[in-house]
Every structure is written in structure tokens, then in C-alpha cells.
Design a protein around this ligand. Structure first.
Ligand code: ATP
Ligand code: MG
Length: 390
């Protein structure tokens, strides 16, 4: 008896014509997620199987697959031979083992058996086979049949090739769409809690991400940059490998500090971030910018501030967290595994030169006036040229 991981895909099933494309992406992402592990990948209508792997790899494979967007659910099944003219001794043995894995309860646990018969050479009806197999579970003494309101559904999939899969586990997948099917986005990745959560949500919608981080050495340390690298690496389980671009931002911040009224510092700094991110997006063919902004969270996240920062962007800005509060964002960050990294204490560039009283409702006119006389193009080009890839 060997074990097989059954992989079911979700939303992409609905996409009609594009289905082949979505499936090829999902398969590519599954294989990338399982790289370094020996197994065999097979597929049938509507699902995939990972089989012939070493028993000690099973839980790691499940953990990795749980993070692949586009997968709806997973099951770990026992694979057994099926003899057509028999009382299915192998299936019964597997079923008995599955039943033993169901945790003991105070009363009797209700169950049903659902048989799917792709191999029509196996005689009888699916319902008839299920009813016959029921005795194996009932013999345990702690189960009762309930076909509609059951706690456990034992599944027996009789496949075409003389094998059956027997399982009761149903592990929720990450849902969403396979990464890569919704274009490319440039994520503004700080070391905070929010932008990694934004990355998670956009990757879930199938976007392939590139990350840009603005660093201001010596005001920000290598530790701050390493933290961002760690965030990128942590996110990779969901996003796939994400290229990280680190932009030298000190000169921009110093120039703003020198030329502009202090209360406009944050707004103008954000405008430079957008300009630079757009320029880098051309190179990496990204069609949108992504930030971790949430309406009203801080002074730079008012409608007016967003209008002023957005005005410099030549691409749409996606703010997937805009309507979420901090608790909701924190829950996403914890789920994505980034929260513990984000709360490490290192400064990011935004906390350098922080004004005592930033404008909360800037007007575009006033901001543009404040920027007058700055060598915007020179600063942007120099930052883009100095950008390092990690
Ligand atoms: P976060 O938790 O993501 O840092 P925040 O609540 O601290 O967000 P801000 O510091 O105002 O909010 O930043 C808003 C958004 O601007 C961030 O979510 C991120 O997308 C972007 N951003 C801020 N600082 C940087 C940086 N140093 N490098 C790249 N992007 C940044
Ligand atoms: Mg921040």
C-alpha cells in the first residue's frame, strides 16, 4: 500500500478557454514548490497526483502544497490494487486504517462512504460498493452511518488503471489563482507588517511580483535590508521566487530635507518612491505598483495624500489593504508567516527625517510648489542606476 497526495484545483476550473494556460501555470508552480523532493507527478480530469515519494517527505510536501495558490484542497490517500471480482480486501484494509485515524469521540462518529468508479469493469454500482464496504467501518464499533449529515466522508476512488485511492482527509488549499496568470506587479516592500500582507493578497490573485525596497544607508542599517530579504524569502512559499531591487534612497531624502518644507517630507518622499518604482517597472515589465497602504492608518494614508503620491505614478497603484484594519492585516501577516520578521526593530527609511507635524490633507498644487527647483529627473535616474538586485 503506497501513499498519494491528491491535489484539486479551484477557481481556475471556471475559466473555460483559458483553462489550459492556467493549468500549465499551476503545474509549473506545483513543481517549483516541490523542487528538491523525489516524487512522480500524474494528472487526470480535474486533479493531479503526487506519488512514489519517500514516506518521510510526505508532511513537508503537504506543507509546501498548502501554500500554492490555485490549489483548492489536498488529500493524502492510500493507494491499493483493485481486483474486479472480489470483496475488495485491499480497499477494506485501507479503509480500516483510515477509520483508525479518525480521533475517538464521546459518542459514535457519523460517516458515509463515497465511491467513484472510473473503472467500469468493476461490477456493481458505486452506491452498492459503498454499502458493501460499510461493514469494514461499522466493525470498529464506534461509527454510525449517516449519508447526509456525516462527520467523516471516506472516499474510495476506483481509477482506470486497476488502482483505488482511499482517504478521508480533506486539507484546505491556499485558494486563489496560480501565480503568473494575472500579470506582473512591482511591490513596494518595506520592513513593516503591511506590505508583506499586500504581497500575499496580490499573489493570491495570481500576480507575479517583483519587490522594490528603498534603503537609506547609513541612516538605515544592513540589518534593515536583511530583514527585507528575509521577508522576501518567507513570502516565496506563496509568491514563488521574487526578485528584490534595493534602491539607494539617501540622496533623495537629503535633497527633500534640504529643499522642501519639513511637513511635506513624507508626501514628497512617497512621490519619489512612485516615480522610481514606475521606472523600474518598465525594465521588469510590471503593469502595476502595489503598496501596503490602508486608508487612515497614518498621515500619509489619507485620500489627499494618496492623490498626491498617485499623481506621479504612470501605472495603476493597487492597495489591497486599503479597506482593512490593523487586526485584519496582522492576521494575514501571521498567516503568511511574515509577522514575526516584520516586528524586528530595525528602522526603515521612512522613520529617518520624520517631521513632527506632517501635512495630513496636502493639495497637489502645494506639493508641486514644494518640489519646485528640485532636480527630480537627476535624482530618479541616479537612484535607478544605483539599484542593486538581490
Ligand atoms: P508597512 O507596514 O508596509 O511598512 P506602514 O504602515 O509602515 O506600512 P508606511 O510606512 O506609510 O506604512 O508605508 C506605506 C507603504 O509604502 C508601505 O506599505 C510600502 O508599500 C511602501 N513603503 C514604505 N516604506 C518603504 C520602503 N522603505 N521601501 C519600499 N516601500 C516602502
Ligand atoms: Mg512602514
Amino acid at each position: 500500500m503506497s501513499r498519494v497526495i491528491v491535489i484539486r484545483y479551484g477557481e481556475i476550473f471556471l475559466k473555460g478557454k483559458n483553462r489550459d494556460y492556467f493549468e500549465s501555470l499551476l503545474i509549473k508552480n506545483i513543481k517549483a514548490a516541490l523542487s528538491g523532493i523525489n516524487y512522480r507527478f500524474t494528472r487526470t480530469q480535474g486533479r493531479y497526483y503526487a506519488e512514489d515519494f519517500a514516506p518521510e517527505d510526505e508532511s513537508e510536501m503537504v506543507e509546501r502544497l498548502k501554500k500554492v495558490f490555485g490549489i483548492h484542497s489536498l488529500s493524502v490517500a492510500r493507494k491499493v490494487a483493485v481486483m474486479a471480482e472480489s470483496d475488495f480486501p485491499e480497499i477494506r484494509e485501507a479503509l480500516s486504517e483510515c477509520a483508525d485515524e479518525v480521533p475517538a469521540a464521546a459518542g459514535k462518529t457519523s460517516f458515509r462512504i463515497t465511491v467513484k468508479r472510473a473503472d467500469k469493469r468493476v461490477p456493481g454500482t458505486s452506491a452498492g460498493i459503498a454499502a458493501a464496504l460499510g461493514s469494514t467501518v461499522l466493525e470498529k464499533g464506534r461509527f454510525k452511518v449517516d449519508l447526509t449529515d456525516y462527520e467523516v466522508n471516506f472516499r474510495v476512488d476506483i481509477r482506470e488503471n486497476g488502482f483505488a485511492l482511499v482517504y478521508s482527509s480533506d486539507i484546505p488549499g491556499a485558494g486563489g489563482l496560480p501565480v503568473g496568470c494575472s500579470g506582473r506587479g512591482m511591490l513596494l516592500l518595506s520592513g513593516g507588517i503591511d506590505s508583506p500582507a499586500a504581497a500575499y493578497l496580490m499573489a493570491k490573485r495570481g500576480m507575479k511580483l517583483f519587490a522594490v525596497h528603498f534603503a537609506s544607508p547609513p541612516y538605515t542599517s544592513d540589518k534593515a535590508r536583511d530583514k527585507v530579504i528575509d521577508l522576501r524569502d518567507k513570502l516565496a512559499a506563496y509568491t514563488g521566487h521574487m526578485k528584490l531591487l534595493v534602491v539607494p534612497f539617501t540622496d533623495v531624502q537629503l535633497a527633500i530635507h534640504e529643499h522642501c518644507p519639513a511637513n511635506f517630507m513624507i508626501t514628497i518622499m512617497r512621490r519619489f518612491m512612485m516615480r522610481i518604482a514606475c521606472r523600474l517597472s518598465e525594465k521588469y515589465e510590471c503593469g502595476a505598483l502595489i503598496t501596503g497602504e490602508s486608508l487612515g492608518q497614518v498621515a500619509s494614508q489619507t485620500v489627499e495624500s494618496m492623490t498626491c503620491t498617485g499623481a506621479t505614478a504612470t501605472l495603476p497603484i493597487f492597495r489591497p489593504l486599503v479597506g482593512l484594519d490593523k487586526d485584519e492585516i496582522t492576521a494575514i501577516a501571521k498567516h503568511a508567516g511574515t509577522f514575526d520578521i516584520s516586528i524586528r526593530p530595525y528602522e526603515d527609511c521612512c522613520t529617518v527625517f520624520l517631521p513632527k507635524a506632517p501635512v495630513i490633507h496636502p493639495t497637489l498644487k502645494a506639493v508641486e510648489r514644494a518640489e519646485q527647483g528640485m532636480d527630480i529627473e537627476g535624482l530618479v535616474s541616479a537612484a535607478v542606476e544605483g539599484t542593486e538586485i538581490f
